[in-house]
Design a protein around this ligand. Structure first.
Ligand code: 5GP
Length: 238
């Protein structure tokens, strides 16, 4: 499948048209950004690792009944996927308190939550991705109906129910993650974007080591080694 004109350039991916009008190609970039684009860097090979990790996780989710935009991995940095109308809601799923939950509510870092928390953030860089409740989503017209919000929450939980034990068996604690969804040409809500250490937090169960983008956010170094370790755990037959 050939790349055609550039449709959109985001912080971590470039999106291209291709020969099929129902499909797009995402090129995973090596660029790293944090704190709403205020901190920037680049790490050679990061894009390819995220493309491969996302490919494996989309395949796992599809095999477990989750509808995703994934079609196939084209080469090291490029993924072919369905075109959707993007829903501008970031669905944040949390098992353990850290990051903005700790900052905003003062829950002690590392506290295991009594149940899985699903939150919505507005996907809007100019506003700094603020928190949304259901009424905000409906007033902003991000979705039309309450049952679409219920579906986003349900899919977030279902995805967590697949990924959390999967990673636990590989010695990784899936602390939290961000999902994005879109509507396909038939109006079905499907999982889009990527699932990688750029938008998930993984803590090694034995050592507590962070194997995700917090290494960049917190200036810990060793980002590529950490992402490679996540991929190795995914690929190991266990
Ligand atoms: P927090 O709200 O604590 O910053 O993030 C919660 C989880 O969602 C983390 O796994 C984080 O990586 C992910 N996340 C939240 N917002 C974004 C975002 O705008 N971009 C990316 N890549 N991940 C996000």
């Amino acid at each position: 499948m050939e790349k055609r004109e550039l449709l959109y350039e985001g912080k971590a991916k470039r999106l291209y048209h291709c020969d099929d009008e129902n499909l797009l190609i995402s090129e995973f970039k090596d660029d790293l950004t944090a704190f709403n684009g205020e901190k920037k860097s680049s790490e050679s090979g990061k894009g390819a690792l995220n493309n491969k990790i996302s490919t494996e996780l989309f395949k796992l989710l599809e095999a477990n009944g989750i509808a995703t935009h994934f079609v196939k991995m084209l080469d090291a940095n490029n993924m072919l996927h369905k075109k959707t109308d993007v829903i501008l809601i970031e669905v944040i799923v949390r098992n353990v308190a850290t990051g903005s939950l700790t900052r905003n509510l003062g829950i002690k870092d590392g506290t295991v939550l009594p149940f899985t928390l699903v939150e919505f953030d507005y996907k809007d860089d100019d506003l700094g991705d603020p928190k949304l409740n259901d009424q905000h989503c409906l007033i902003l017209g991000l979705v039309k109906y309450q049952d679409e919000l219920d579906k986003l929450r349900r899919m977030g939980r279902e995805i967590n129910d697949i990924l959390r034990p999967y990673f636990e068996a590989k010695g990784l604690n899936l602390v939290d993650f961000k999902l994005e969804f879109g509507k396909d040409k038939d109006g079905n809500i499907i999982l889009i974007d990527e699932i990688s250490p750029d938008n998930c937090r993984f803590w090694d169960i034995e050592s507590g080591e962070k194997l995700d983008k917090d290494r960049f956010r917190q200036g810990l170094g060793g980002l590529k080694v950490a992402y490679q370790e996540v991929l190795n755990r995914i690929l190991e037959k266990k």
